[in-house]
Design a protein around this ligand. Structure first.
Ligand SMILES: Nc1ncnc2c1ncn2[C@@H]1O[C@H](COP(=O)(O)OP(=O)(O)OP(=O)(O)O)[C@@H](O)[C@H]1O
Ligand SMILES: [Mg+2]
Length: 261
């Protein structure tokens, strides 16, 4: 087992929507500086688990600890400040804001700015503004964005918007980055670039938790793979162990049969 420090610990997590048990006793952990993937059939509870971990949904049971503190009752903004960032399965950018402003809003979220400073445009406010702008441009460069940062983000092709979303997440200086299907809708070249980018982010000292259906990507990039089915973990191992796990094969074959009906 890993000897690295544990950053995120999820224990016996439950999330129920009416009669639907979206997350049903999930236990998993994320260590320092690793790339771990979360896979599983459609509806297995992957996005729901992310939504609980990042504070968007209030779990109905269990516990979540991040950097040694419980975040069961923390709001998303607090969790971001503590060092966790995420992207969404369906992009959530501000379409009528510029590309650089989309990233700047995230940088702002982690800086201490008072209403007083912003209202009076104090020197401190102007310094912070300049720092946020420089930060945003640097992150756009880091994710490989090349274009006019002042253009509306809604005008970018899909692959470009995905990059901006990752830049926005990085601008909050996370220790853990949750990516929900970042390769969905990307072409082969864009996917290759994304894989290189994910490794570069890990090399900065960030742990990556990746939900992904592209098995080529998952098998290639993951140090560890967690498999969910019906809201709980059914496997946790190396790509090789996961590939040969009968329970995992069964879960995927079962879902293929359902899809075929
Ligand atoms: N807001 C919601 N209200 C009601 N049910 C929900 C809600 N969000 C998710 N569910 C249900 O919870 C279960 C888990 O869904 P979830 O989106 O977490 O799965 P997933 O593993 O991310 O699937 P996919 O691979 O298709 O993205 C599904 O049965 C889904 O219909
Ligand atoms: Mg999902």
């Amino acid at each position: 087992m890993s000897t690295r420090n544990t950053l995120l610990e999820v224990k016996d997590l439950h999330l129920q929507f009416g009669g639907v048990k979206a997350v049903d006793g999930l236990t998993m952990s994320v260590h320092e500086n690793e790339i771990v993937s979360v896979i599983g059939p459609n509806g297995a509870g992957k996005t729901s688990a992310f939504n609980c971990i990042s504070g968007f949904y209030r779990p109905t049971g269990g516990c979540i600890t991040f950097m040694g503190k419980s975040i069961m009752r923390a709001r998303p903004s607090r969790i971001t400040q503590m060092g966790m960032a995420r992207t969404f399965q369906n992009l959530r950018l501000f379409a009528d804001m510029s590309i650089v402003d989309n990233v700047k809003t995230a940088a702002h979220a982690t800086m201490s700015q008072s209403w007083y400073d912003a209202f009076l445009h104090t020197p401190r406010f102007r310094r912070t503004e300049r720092a946020c702008e420089a930060d945003a441009l640097a992150w756009l460069d880091f994710v490989g964005f090349s274009g006019d940062p002042e253009a509306f983000v809604g005008q970018l092709p899909y692959g470009g918007q995905r990059k901006v979303e990752i830049a926005r997440a990085l601008a909050t200086s996370p220790k853990v980055l949750l990516l929900d299907e970042p390769a969905a809708g990307l072409n082969h070249t864009e996917t290759q670039h994304l894989m290189a980018l994910i490794r570069q982010i890990r090399d900065l000292g960030v742990s990556i938790v990746l939900i992904e259906h592209d098995m080529g990507l998952v098998m290639d990039i993951s140090e560890r793979i967690i498999v969910l089915n019906y809201g709980r973990e059914i496997a946790d191992g190396t790509p090789e162990e996961t590939r040969n796990n009968p329970q995992v094969i069964e879960a995927y074959l079962g879902s293929d049969e359902e899809d075929a009906q």
